[in-house]
Design a protein around this ligand. Sequence first.
Ligand SMILES: Cc1cc2nc3c(=O)[nH]c(=O)nc-3n(C[C@H](O)[C@H](O)[C@H](O)COP(=O)(O)OP(=O)(O)OC[C@H]3O[C@@H](n4cnc5c(N)ncnc54)[C@H](O)[C@@H]3O)c2cc1C
Length: 386
Amino acid sequence: MRTVAVVGASLAGLSAARSLRKQGYDGRLVVIGDELHRPYDRPPLSKEFLSGSLAEADLALEPDGEDLRVQWLLGVRAVGLDGPQRAVRLADGSEVRADGVVIATGAAARTLPGTDGLTGVHTLRTLDDARALRDELALGGRLVVIGGGFIGAEVASTAYALGLDVTVVEAAPTPLAGPLGETMGGIVSALHTDHGVRLLCGVGVKGLSGRSRVDAVLLEDGRSIPADIVVVGVGARPCVEWLAGSGIALADGVTCGADGRTSLAGVVAVGDCASWYDPRAGLHRRVEHWTGARERPDAAVTALLAGGAVEPGAPRPPYFWSDQYGVKIQFAGHAAGADSVTIEEGARDDHNVLAVYRRSGHPVAVLGMNQPRLFTRWRKQLAAAA
Ligand SMILES: Cc1cc2nc3c(=O)[nH]c(=O)nc-3n(C[C@H](O)[C@H](O)[C@H](O)COP(=O)(O)OP(=O)(O)OC[C@H]3O[C@@H](n4cnc5c(N)ncnc54)[C@H](O)[C@@H]3O)c2cc1C
């Protein structure tokens, strides 16, 4: 291979560039990203960076002195992929022809229809989003977070610590029931109410009110929640529109084999935009977690460089963490499909629980709240059993 193009200049793209060099690829390496920034870390955007305790310079994912011999094309969007030619078309009219392509375009925050144009309304995905939200939170006031998922919960927790009056609105009866199941979703989301943050569940949002600036969130049951700032945290969608017409298989993101290979030869996909096949479960899964975006590019690059001649190993159980109200939440495995969940250690009222999810008696997932040592032991056990 003489040229590899990586599309997406964030964690998964940078990890792929590192894997390429580590695995001996010596040719031209072009990384294309639509943000102007060099790769930076997103998890602190809802935590330490948002609270002001971490500086922007500390978000950098590249250590000083790292030289991957990359040609960076930043601030330019990829708008198309010519599959057979493996040519990436860019918004400025140019194109990058490559022998191998790594798709790492991640995900973008979903928005609520009808919320455009009102100031005081935010989503949180990028550094620019976080800067804007941080500046507003610093002024204080009433924050309404729409969506009780992880990003929404972390923003609520950070804003609470900054002294804002916070309300979280969640359409589902129990926040986090999707990733954690009903029981543990309820226990984790009780962190809000334990800290005096209002949590309104089982009610949808009808719209927002305000002339030029938002002043309230209108709920479907007729209530109006006064707001100076609104954060819409209703999930993310994979950034794959640019691949329409390329012939690549898309479903929920880019459909990949168990090693990141796509339906197009010489093209792999990694990170939040990629839906990898899980041979154990017999289905495709797209995971939006830091650790997957960091680790999986190794296998994808191996497959890319070998032209697919390598037998892929089974992926490690997915892992993510979240920090809320001073509690470290860690989760590994898949809650869906578990037929029982038991608290093995700790007490929910002390926020230091270790819970194990089982299917037919076999552990399939583990959740820790402030239980890092025990959690690590269980996570290793899960990986060994995989
Ligand atoms: C606020 C926040 C907090 C988080 N906290 C945690 C946490 O605590 N724990 C955890 O496990 N995970 C967390 N995550 C998730 C984690 O950050 C992601 O899983 C990770 O960033 C995925 O990396 P990625 O490179 O696949 O995608 P991204 O980081 O989304 O990067 C994709 C890049 O591609 C660019 N791009 C998109 N389309 C194009 C295009 N057409 N052309 C060129 N460039 C394009 C995007 O602008 C972006 O720069 C958090 C995410 C956010 C937003």
